[in-house]
Design a protein around this ligand. Structure first.
Ligand SMILES: [Zn+2]
Length: 285
C-alpha cells in the first residue's frame, strides 16, 4: 500500500470536477483533513456549449460550470482539508488555445501550495495517470505482419493483425479514450514538480477510463520519459461512502456511465491504483 501516512500534506490535482472523488477516494476517506483538492478545469466559458455539456442537459457552458462547482462543494465539503478550482477552461472550450496561460496558472498554484507548506517535511502531489484508450499510441498496435504471402505462418499473422485492427476499431467506438485534459494536467504538473525535489509525485488511475484501458501503459510511458521508477500500490476503497460522495455529481454521472456502475457500491472497484514516481538512481544499489 502506498505509505501515505508518512506525508504531512497531500494535494490531489483533479483535471475536472469529480476526478478526485472518482479516482482518489481511498486517499480522501483516510486522510481527508490533510488533503487539498485542486480542480484544474474550473473556468466558466463566456459562451458556447460543448457536446458533453449539451448531453448533460445544460444550455450553456457557463451554466454547466456553475452547476458543477456546486456539485463539487457538496461532494467535498467536510471531507477534505480544502478545495478550490482554477480559472482554466476545458479543452472542449479552449480548443487548445491559451496553453501558455494554462501552464502559468497551474505553475503558480503548485508552487504556491508547495511554498505554503514549506515548513512540512513531506509533501505528496497526486496526478492523473492518463488511463483510457490511446488511439495515437503506436505502441498499442502489434507490428504489421511480416513475411511473404502464401506461407501459412504469414497468413495467420495477417489474419491476427486484421482481427486486432477490427477489435481496436470497435473498442474505440465504444470505449473511452484517455482525456486530453488529464494528460495536460499530468504533463504540466510534472514540468513544475519533477526534479524540483520539493514534493513527491504519484500518478493515480482514473475511473471510468480504466474500464476501457488500465493506466499501466501510460504510467510506463511517463516513467520512461522521466527516467523514473514507478512503484505500484493499491489502496482499499470504502465503496459505500464513495458511492455516497459520487452521488453529488448528478449532472455527469448518467451520461458518463449509462450502465450505472458508478452509482452502485457493488460495481465500484474495491481498490484504487497509484504509482509513486521515484528517481531511478535515488534507490541506490
Ligand atoms: Zn476528468
Amino acid at each position: 500500500m502506498l505509505p501515505l501516512s508518512s506525508y504531512e500534506r497531500i494535494l490531489v490535482l483533479s483535471p475536472h470536477f469529480d476526478d478526485a472523488v472518482l479516482s482518489c477516494w481511498s486517499v480522501i476517506q483516510d486522510f481527508g483533513e490533510a488533503v487539498d483538492v485542486v480542480t484544474m478545469c474550473g473556468g466558466a466559458p463566456d459562451d458556447g456549449l460543448s457536446d458533453w455539456d449539451d448531453t448533460c442537459g445544460f444550455s450553456s457552458g457557463g451554466e454547466a460550470a456553475a452547476a458543477r462547482r456546486n456539485e463539487e462543494a457538496r461532494a467535498l465539503a467536510g471531507r477534505v482539508g480544502s478545495f478550490r478550482c482554477l480559472p482554466i477552461l476545458e479543452a472542449a472550450y479552449s480548443g487548445g488555445e491559451g496553453s501558455g496561460e494554462r501552464r502559468a496558472i497551474l505553475r503558480d498554484c503548485l508552487t504556491g501550495w508547495v511554498e505554503a507548506h514549506a515548513d512540512r517535511s513531506r509533501l505528496l502531489v497526486l496526478l492523473p495517470a492518463g488511463a483510457g484508450l490511446n488511439a495515437a499510441d503506436p505502441a498499442a498496435a502489434p507490428g504489421k505482419p511480416k513475411g511473404r504471402g502464401g506461407d501459412g505462418l504469414a497468413w495467420a499473422r495477417s489474419l491476427k493483425h486484421r482481427l486486432y485492427l477490427r477489435r481496436t476499431a470497435s473498442l474505440r467506438a465504444t470505449g473511452l479514450l484517455s482525456h486530453s485534459d488529464h494528460r495536460a494536467a499530468r504533463n504540466l504538473a510534472l514540468d513544475v514538480l519533477w526534479g524540483s525535489g520539493r514534493a513527491d509525485v504519484a500518478l493515480y488511475e482514473e475511473l471510468p477510463y480504466l474500464w476501457s484501458q488500465p493506466a499501466d501503459r501510460a504510467v510506463l510511458a511517463v516513467s520512461r520519459r522521466l527516467g523514473a521508477e514507478a512503484l505500484a500500490a493499491e489502496r482499499p476503497v470504502d465503496t459505500a461512502r464513495k458511492a455516497e460522495a459520487l452521488a453529488s455529481y448528478a449532472s455527469q454521472l448518467g451520461p458518463l456511465d449509462p450502465a450505472g456502475r458508478l452509482i452502485g457500491p457493488a460495481h465500484l472497484p474495491a481498490r484504487e491504483r497509484f504509482w509513486l514516481l521515484t528517481r531511478a538512481s535515488s534507490r541506490g544499489g
